[in-house]
Design a protein around this ligand. Structure first.
Ligand SMILES: [Zn+2]
Length: 218
């Protein structure tokens, strides 16, 4: 899933008002932060197979360290503990941990059965939403709309950056997401991984910036 992960981060702001939107974005995308690093290190692997699913050409052949259920739990607890150590915000730490874990659930819905339960395990899960472009757009679109709606009601802009910066963020996500199924074949697996890291280096800091220009509503 792609914008669905952002939707969870947006929606979580209401439950965790003290946590920066930037931290929530990094939490929601965290497994996809670990994944490209593991791929570039040669620990995990995937292949580009045009037409592999209707939505994207990625065949995730081996990614238990970033995307198994067991490792997701480990990453979730670790992320929550680090957040608690830095902030002292216990409720926020529980929320960010759950947001990290939500990634697995959303990927489980999207991916074909390629998500392992634990490293070395042979059972692989996935509901395969990506087999259908309309179903993917419907599910992810509803999630995204709900997340945006929750965020704009949980917070309000303090200035122009808080408003325009936020809506530009939403618009850029949609502009990257919607053409995805019709995009040309990526040049290589490593380019996909590098693009993933670059995307996070843009959308992470940008969300911290937005957060400083918005405040809790009500
Ligand atoms: Zn993922």
């Amino acid at each position: 899933m792609f914008i669905g992960h952002f939707a969870v981060a947006f929606g979580a702001k209401k439950a965790a008002p003290k946590v920066s939107l930037g931290t929530l974005i990094v939490a929601a995308a965290f497994l996809d932060v670990v994944w490209p690093v593991m791929v570039l290190l040669g620990v995990e692997s995937f292949r580009i197979v045009p037409g592999f699913t209707a939505v994207n050409p990625l065949d995730f052949t081996y990614y238990p360290w970033s995307h198994s259920l067991l490792m997701t739990m480990v990453w979730s607890v670790a992320f929550g503990l680090v957040y608690f150590a830095v902030s002292g915000d216990r409720a926020g730490a529980v929320c960010v941990g759950l947001v990290v874990a939500s990634h697995w659930v959303l990927d489980f819905i999207s991916h074909i059965p390629d998500m392992p339960l634990y490293p070395g395990g042979s059972v692989k899960l996935g509901l395969g939403l990506w087999r259908s472009i309309p179903a993917t757009f419907a599910v992810e679109g509803i999630l995204f709309a709900a997340g945006v709606w929750m965020y704009v009601h949980a917070t309000r802009a303090r200035d122009r950056i808080g408003s325009n910066g936020w809506w530009a963020y939403v618009a850029l996500l949609l502009a990257l997401y919607i053409p995805g199924p019709w995009a040309s074949r990526p040049p290589s697996e490593n380019i996909v991984a590098i693009f993933g890291i670059i995307a996070l280096l843009i959308f992470g800091p940008w969300a911290y910036w937005i957060d400083r220009h918005r405040e809790t509503a009500g």
